[in-house]
Design a binder for this molecule. Structure first.
Ligand SMILES: [Zn+2]
Length: 273
């Protein structure tokens, strides 16, 4: 059979899937886990899924078959955003069961390296636990990660440092980062005349949301108790140029991450009883 160029997991036939499983080395399988929630008055509620889907599509297309992407799980843990019209909320237990069962299904077919790719901050712990459940259930190498710097900036820390225009707290949710990404990816859906500065989260000695200072504890309030319009950051300083640099850097480094992740060996367990 000819080399499979398709990047979408669900666009293969089951026969092509057998070829993909037999490939050496196998492709990494990405399971995107997103959200539909308010992103201020200037961005669509699809923003988390838009960033997640475009980064994964571009990375997979450049990967020459090293990355296959399942359909996105579009809804996540979002009860704390339900005061904003349009948000879709799924509870913690359902999210964990659903995401872990998707990853476990992939592993049961024989794929050995699986990444749950999270696109929404509040999914972080669930994505991590779902990956753990997959490892414990199947022995596959399954991990969680993100390609959204508002969730975790580690892929683009240096770009944020050198290119950001906003002050402390500008990056976070629907702020300088996500607005810039959307200006680059889907400019027709960004209403910059409605973009605002609202650095609404508390900054304490041991608690802080924004890059680069880590917080010593994690806490998530109801969004309507902290943010006026669903922004936590500075959307006014966003630009498509910043978005382009962020997107290119994210795709390049995520592809490196995928190829490094694939080298993790599956070692034998030892029963020391
Ligand atoms: Zn977001």
């Amino acid at each position: 059979m000819a080399e499979i160029k398709e990047w979408r997991y669900d666009r293969l036939t089951w026969l092509e899937m057998k070829s993909s499983l037999a490939r050496q080395p196998q492709p990494v399988i990405a399971v995107p886990f997103g959200a539909v929630e308010d992103h201020g008055p200037h961005l669509p509620i699809s923003t988390d899924n838009d960033i997640l889907n475009t980064v994964l599509e571009e990375t997979a297309q450049r990967s020459e078959g090293d990355l296959l992407v399942t359909p996105t799980i579009p809804f996540g843990l979002d009860e704390h955003h339900m005061d904003f019209p349009g948000t879709i909320a799924v509870d913690i237990e359902t999210c964990l069961a659903y995401v872990s069962q998707v990853a476990i299904s992939v592993a049961r077919h024989g794929f050995t390296h699986i990444l749950i790719v999270n696109g929404h901050g509040s999914n972080h712990s669930i994505a991590d636990l779902a990956a753990r459940k997959c490892v414990l259930a199947t022995g596959a190498i399954c991990a969680s990660t993100t390609v959204n710097a508002a969730v975790d900036p580690s892929l683009v820390n240096d770009v944020l440092e050198t290119h950001r225009k906003g002050g402390p707290g500008s990056i976070s949710h629907a702020g300088e980062y996500e607005t810039s990404m959307m200006l680059h990816l889907l400019p027709d859906y960004v209403q910059m005349d409605k973009a605002k500065l609202d650095v609404c989260q508390l900054k304490l000695k041991y608690f802080n949301w924004d890059y680069p200072e880590p917080s010593s504890f994690s806490w998530q309030d109801y969004w309507s108790r902290m943010s006026k319009e669903g922004i936590c950051g500075d959307a006014t300083v966003a630009s498509p140029e910043f978005g382009q640099v962020l997107f290119e850097t994210t795709v390049t480094r995520f592809l490196e991450l995928v190829r490094e992740f694939r080298t993790i060996p599956i070692r034998e367990r030892v029963d020391h009883h």
